[in-house]
Design a protein around this ligand. Sequence first.
Ligand code: AMP
Length: 193
Amino acid sequence: MVPSGNLPIMRIMLLGTPGSGKGTQAARLSTQLRIPAVSTGEIFRAERDRGSDLGRRATAYLDHGHLVPDDIVIEVVRRRLSQPDTAAGFVLDGFPRSVPQAVALDEILDTAGTPLDAVLDLTVDRDELVRRLSARGRGDDTQETVKRRLEEYADKTLPLIDFYRAQGKLATLDATGTVDEVTARAIAALAPD
Ligand code: AMP
């Protein structure tokens, strides 16, 4: 299903713990809204796989479930958002993940006069989360790194819920159920009243 009219909201950010389905939904929204998905995790994995300088600097953090330092991530996103395809909007998946990253993003977007329109917080209960994370089998999904990534989320990313709520941009989304159901909820949350 592709919406017939143009949705007015085009600059979207997905928030949610590892395993909440951000990557899957970012890809869905990218197709349906015809905007690029910008996934910092994917950028880092691709750079690591091709052995670039950036990839080498990020590898240890990725492999151990730590967040990559803010200055590195911010630079990556600054560059990505300066590419012309993002002029039509974008869906951010996995960025920002800390308050300094969120402040930097606001600065980048405010300077360009293109602020974020909406932040969707994908919520799933803990049992479902553990089930999903143990099922997907990604290289950095060992028990130890999953635990650390959940801790990093609680520690550094969770404050973003209040950050974006204070901006009036936060929509909380039930991310359980089928992929289609969650996409439909996301589209409904983005639709104008
Ligand atoms: P993801 O695919 O979003 O789960 O990201 C995989 C890994 O990439 C994370 O565990 C971090 O090591 C790194 N990463 C991705 N996005 C960020 C970010 N915004 N800030 C810091 N590290 C990140």
